[in-house]
Ligand binder design. Structure first.
Ligand code: K2U
Ligand code: ZN
Length: 166
């Protein structure tokens, strides 16, 4: 397994729209293992393939306390949404930034697992937030895009300064 490099905002590659996975094969499963290793090492509770510059619809998540319950979602689709919830979100691609975002409180998501089998998942609370956050990444959307232009530009300038080692 290997830890992968996570792209930092405002890298334009973060705005690439991911393509569906055609064949859940051994290469995809190896990539899932690398994604999981990268997420746990960050540490984080979710990671989208877009963030490691692989533009396929694949997400790993682990919101368990013991960090030993990996959820893999391939070609995920949210089929039902209800309610709203506010959550102070962070992002491994925008280190050190935490801002309130409003998302659906409950979702029903359909996806393929790491063996290519279709499954459905009812999620709420932090898991629902994380799934929506990661699925935004697959659409090329970073959570700072929910903020005001003023806040977003301040964050963008801060990240550019950080990347120049200032
Ligand atoms: O996409 C990512 O960068 C992974 C995020 C997932 C996440 C974002 C917002 C809310 C929940 C999950 C990282 O795990 S950010 C670190 C983090 C860790 C625990 C709780 C919230 C954020
Ligand atoms: Zn993120």
């Amino acid at each position: 397994m290997a830890t992968l490099t996570i792209l930092n905002y405002p890298d334009p590659r973060l705005h690439t729209v991911a393509k569906p996975v055609k064949d859940v094969n051994a290469d995809i499963r190896r990539f899932v293992d690398d994604m999981a290793e990268t997420m746990y090492a960050a540490p984080g509770i979710g990671l989208a393939a877009t963030q490691v510059n692989q533009h396929i619809q694949l997400i790993v998540i682990d919101t368990s306390k013991e960090q030993n319950d990996l959820l893999v979602l391939i070609n995920p689709k949210i089929v039902v949404k209800s309610g709203t919830q506010d959550y102070e979100e962070g992002c491994l691609s925008v280190p050190g930034v935490y801002e309130m975002v409003t998302r659906a409180e409950k979702i029903l998501v359909e996806a393929l697992d790491r063996s290519g089998k279709q499954f459905k998942l009812d999620a709420e609370g932090l898991l629902a937030v994380c799934i929506q956050h990661e699925m935004d990444h697959l659409l090329g959307k970073v959570f700072v895009e929910y903020l005001s232009p003023l806040k977003r530009n301040r964050i963008k300038n801060k990240m550019i300064k950080l990347s120049r080692g200032k």
